[in-house]
Design a protein around this ligand. Sequence first.
Ligand SMILES: *[C@@H]1O[C@H](CO)[C@@H](O)[C@H](O)[C@H]1NC(C)=O
Length: 397
Amino acid sequence: MKPTSKASPIIFPTLLLVIILFYCIPNAAATAATFNVQDFGAKADGRTDSAKAFTSAWAKACALTQPASIIVPKGRFLVGSVTFGGDQCANKAISFEIQGTLVAPSDYSKDNWLVFEHVDGVSIRGGVLDGQGTSLWNCKNSGKGSCPSGATTLEFSNSKNIFIGGLTSMNSQMFHIVINDCQNVKVQGVTVTADGNSPNTDGIHVQGSTGVTILNSKIRTGDDCISVGPGTTNLWIEQIACGPGHGISIGSLGKDANEAGVQNVTVKTVTLSGTQNGLRIKTWARPSKAFVRNVIFQDATIVNARNPIIIDQNYCPDNHGCPNQASGVKISDVTYQNIHGTSGTEVAVNFDCSPKNPCSGIKLEDVKLTYKNQVAQASCSHADGDALGQVQPQSCF
Ligand SMILES: *[C@@H]1O[C@H](CO)[C@@H](O)[C@H](O)[C@H]1NC(C)=O
């Protein structure tokens, strides 16, 4: 008996099984349920409120446990304020696939436009969010007062395992994107655009969150490009182009006495052009238990920022509630490594720390910032640290 004739009855069914599995497993994953918002009554006419269609599609997707996609086709969809809640949602893989534009209501009556709350495993891919903020900014800039505050464009709150990719947020009324009390969030390839004079239009604001990564994004706006609020830990920011805007800012922190600290933040390979600040840490001049520790700013190019490197612990807008007080926020172990560029003012490096809690463990390594092609200045107040490699302006520790 030849050995092959005995083996073949086993080999053939095994091969068949392998082939079946090969074709079926990827197909099972690919057959995500899809829900087109137009099938729920959304109108791409730019003026019919499609909020109900969006919440109906969300409810359908939530009822499933297999992956689901909510499709927003090309066109302009006016969408009133919506909260996508996760409490009744069984689905841990819902993806919004947006080809068109979502348009915010322009009555400015709400503080939030699109909110995701208590969700797990939500992605937003592509699309444009148009906040229609222009006339609100004009009202605020006119100085006549009594303007509504306006809405944050997109907020994730108390959520986890979130992906936001390839999204454009334009002309937000207030903050563009807010990540609040979340875990494991990735923001990638996002574009934020708003006028350089638009008030309070922060690009991406992170607070109370851990494991947030922001990659490869372009932010042009009227306030901070990225702002980091209390209770943020394990934040990674890389490949960001910022400007116009107020720069990348940790803070304001320490407004409240009992406030969570900020820890383990990496800001890497960023370009800041024509911004008010470059790399900033800012705290209120008030008592607080908050802290900032283990921060690294690495490989930054700064073009003509008014304050390229700044720690400001004497923040006290309108001298209200803080004059003659010292910040309770302890700032330690902050590294500036390989930072190059130009300053729009003579003082390119400014460490204005708290007399009560001096900054410690500040490290400057290979920093070169000039002012009008000349040597710039560094200013230190209650700051201690080390300079390594080539540091210009010469450090003031
Ligand atoms: C710091 O945060 C990064 C993510 O940004 C994480 O990978 C790393 O483990 C964190 N380090 C510590 C000591 O927690």
